[in-house]
Design a protein around this ligand. Sequence first.
Ligand SMILES: Cc1cc2nc3c(=O)[nH]c(=O)nc-3n(C[C@H](O)[C@H](O)[C@H](O)COP(=O)(O)OP(=O)(O)OC[C@H]3O[C@@H](n4cnc5c(N)ncnc54)[C@H](O)[C@@H]3O)c2cc1C
Length: 160
Amino acid sequence: MRTIRGHPSIKRMLDVRLAATGLSAFQLIKDEIHGPMIIKPLPDLVFIRFCFDFETKHGKGIAVAFLVSTSNGTWKAWSLLTRLGSLKAYPEKIGTLHSRPSHHESWEDQRRQEFEFDEGDPTVLVIGAGHCGLQVAARLTYLSVPTLVIDKNQRVGNNV
Ligand SMILES: Cc1cc2nc3c(=O)[nH]c(=O)nc-3n(C[C@H](O)[C@H](O)[C@H](O)COP(=O)(O)OP(=O)(O)OC[C@H]3O[C@@H](n4cnc5c(N)ncnc54)[C@H](O)[C@@H]3O)c2cc1C
């Protein structure tokens, strides 16, 4: 998770990442929860909030945008939050893709194979087995993305 503020920083990030990311398929979401709405937190402050789906080369995501009304009557982008929700090459393991437990190997053998990466190197290396690292690793493992978590500490959760 990272936040980028101000025109120069946002432009620098877009110059480097926009072409490589391959954003496409923008689609305004109109359902009851995500549909466009006017938010008036204070008498002299008004936001328009809207959400849209988008795709990148590698996945699908959702964005939340806030426009703020300015004193000269125009609307200005205030914030844009984007979140990658799924990976095209690693679809969610639900329905017919749901992993079935193997009856040929014990759970211990399966875990040993996962630790040793018998079938190839991990695709993702997560540095830091803290709250965020373990959460990312659990999610990627659920999507069947081979993931290795490392930590400078001997034991998980021993960092405080
Ligand atoms: C004293 C204390 C009490 C807290 N109590 C609570 C509480 O009661 N409830 C609560 O919800 N939150 C609590 N928090 C906050 C919570 O611990 C943090 O919000 C959470 O741990 C942040 O998770 P993280 O994964 O971002 O970072 P961290 O938990 O800091 O994890 C980062 C990990 O990366 C590893 N690492 C860093 N650099 C490297 C490197 N170069 N190579 C390899 N590994 C590396 C570290 O060893 C660490 O394991 C507490 C925090 C402190 C300090």
